[in-house]
Design a protein around this ligand. Structure first.
Ligand SMILES: *Cc1c(COP(=O)(O)O)cnc(C)c1O
Length: 362
């Protein structure tokens, strides 16, 4: 038998969350963001649930090939564009649309030999200061691109730094709108947070990622339930041993947890080598047989230990949900666990380890 740990990908939840994103931006077309192997879910595993999207957006050419191999003939967008000249050949061959964010990418396009002009998304750095042309240089980049025979339609894009927070998108929107006012082309602005929260930022193409994977982009201000999102990944494992402890007993490496009353604990077949964050302190929530409980002691490589006080019937073989859905319908949001680890749901999903067997569920 393999170790009793498993991740489940929920196809219907993916479709549901995609529909939620669409409902938040009813006029827009929707890029389903599937970078980082679909936020750790696996591109092939999410494809069925997300095939209702208008296009798939990602970073990696190898991942774009995998989307084409699944039979997808619709739009695919490379969010960071190309990294070297020969990537453009693959763009021509696979009909990939690509971002253009720097002069070097325009230089490459100018030397690219293609019979089919490319659809490009010209990216503005409207304040985040990661990728993109500054507002001052944006129009000259557009003019240069527009003059190239290698370029077909030019769409306009930018990315928000604070769509999930108090600062919001107003400043960046103002910059983008001012500079692009009289330029033709479709616009793409909004990530998940902007799509859900900032109706003024809606555009021709929205770009939700985390929301379609069922995590709230602005947790804890809103939970995934507040946004009507459902978990798309469940990580669960079984109890492989139990211990009955007296007052003053300690648990795990470093004896960081010491009992204040007698308690029974369960040892769960999931550790940091499975992608469960080692930094999660005692008290991180788990579901034991669908009942809310907590971790005790340090996370080790292959195991965590959980409090069984609230679930006397639990024992060897009982199901423990680390995040996602329990069999009894209870839900433990990945955002809650991520917060205990001082991070965000994105990182936990993306860090699901190779050794965890993954199944696709309905
Ligand atoms: C990752 C990414 C997104 C999606 O962001 P979420 O916060 O996951 O919705 C959108 N646009 C770009 C350019 C990205 O890189």
């Amino acid at each position: 038998m393999p170790r009793p740990i498993q991740a489940r990908i929920h196809t219907e939840a993916l479709a549901h969350n995609l529909a939620r994103a669409r409902a938040a931006a009813p006029e827009a077309r929707v890029w389903a963001i599937v970078k980082a192997n679909a936020y750790g879910h696996g591109i092939e595993r999410v494809f069925e649930g997300l095939r209702g999207a208008d296009g798939f957006a990602l970073l990696d050419l190898e991942e774009a090939q995998r989307v084409r191999a699944l039979g997808w003939r619709g739009p695919i967008l490379l969010l960071e564009g190309v990294f070297e000249l020969r990537d453009l050949e693959l763009c021509s061959r696979l009909d990939l649309w690509h971002a253009v964010h720097c002069d070097e990418q325009i230089d490459m396009l100018a030397t690219h030999k293609t019979n089919v002009p490319h659809r490009v998304f010209l990216k503005m750095n409207s304040g985040m200061n990661r990728l993109g042309f500054t507002p001052e240089r944006y129009r000259s980049a557009w003019t240069r691109l527009n003059a190239l025979p290698q370029v077909d339609e030019i769409s306009l894009m930018t990315h928000f730094s604070d769509a999930d927070g108090a600062r919001g998108v107003a400043e960046q929107m103002a910059v983008f709108t001012t500079v692009t006012q009289d330029l033709p082309g479709e616009r793409s602005l909004s990530n998940s947070a902007a799509t859900l929260r900032q109706s003024e930022a809606l555009s021709d193409w929205v770009r939700p990622g985390i929301a379609i994977y069922g995590s709230a982009p602005d947790y804890p201000e809103h939970s995934s339930a507040d946004w009507g999102l459902q978990p798309t990944m469940t990580l669960s494992a079984k109890i492989i041993g139990t211990q009955t402890l007296s007052v003053g007993d300690s648990v795990g490496y470093g004896s960081t947890f010491v009992t204040e009353q007698p308690m029974r604990i369960g040892v769960v077949a999931c550790g940091y080598a499975d992608g469960y964050p080692r930094i999660c302190p005692s008290g991180t929530p788990v579901l034991v047989g669908g009942v809310r409980s907590r971790t005790v002691g340090r996370v080790s490589m292959d195991m965590i230990t959980v409090d069984l006080s609230a679930v006397p019937e639990a024992g060897f073989g009982s199901e423990v949900t680390l995040w996602g859905n329990a069999a009894n319908g209870a839900v433990l949001g990945i955002d809650e666990v991520a917060r205990c680890a001082g991070t965000v749901g994105y990182e936990l999903m993306c860090a699901l380890a190779q050794r965890v067997p993954v199944v696709v569920a309905a």
